[in-house]
Structures are given as C-alpha cells and as structure tokens.
Ligand binder design. Sequence first.
Ligand SMILES: [Zn+2]
Length: 119
Amino acid sequence: MSLLNNMGKKISGAGKVAIKASGNMMQITKFNLAIKSEENKIEGFMVEIGNKIFEKYKEGNTVDEDVTGNCEDILKCMKEIEELKLKIIDVRDLKKCQGCGAEIDKDDVFCSKCGSKVD
Ligand SMILES: [Zn+2]
C-alpha cells in the first residue's frame, strides 16, 4: 500500500470517528432533553401534591405534621400579598369595597359597582 493511500484511509477513519462522536452527542442531547422533560413533569406533580395538601389545610382538615409549618408559611405569604395589593390600591388613590371587592375612588362614600356604603 502506498503512503498516500494509507494516509487517506487514516483520515477517513478519523472522519468516521468524528461522525460517530457527533451522532453520540446528538443522542445524548436528545436524552438529556427527555430527562429535563420528565423532571419538569415531576416538578408539576410535586406542585399538584402541594396544592392538594394546602387546600385540605385551608379547609380546616388536619394535614401531616411535617407540612403544617409549610402551610402556615404559605398563608403568611398570601396575607403579605393581600397587604401589598392594598398598598398598590392606596398608592393609586383607590380603595377596595368591602361589599364586592371592587376598586373604587378613595373619596367615594358609596360603591359605584354594588352601592354599598364604604368608609
Ligand atoms: Zn361594592
């Protein structure tokens, strides 16, 4: 076999290795994407479990001892969100009707939506 011929064979061998490597990389990427997709599904199911437990807690049911603290924390966050929303309403010179929850002018005496007297 001539030297030139031999070199050609070596190059094509290297090319095959490179093609195989890039094929492997594509497969690995595909599998990693599939793993990510499954992990996202798990995350969703976890959230679903959490929501179901929290709903039970909110309805006054006894929930497992180790998640009671988490439920209390969620309630605290929800209260904080409500207070922050009220602050935004206040900054916008509005107030919330106690009757229907509508945002009305701060100076209004009666709710323009439900007619309730507001203070
Ligand atoms: Zn109202």
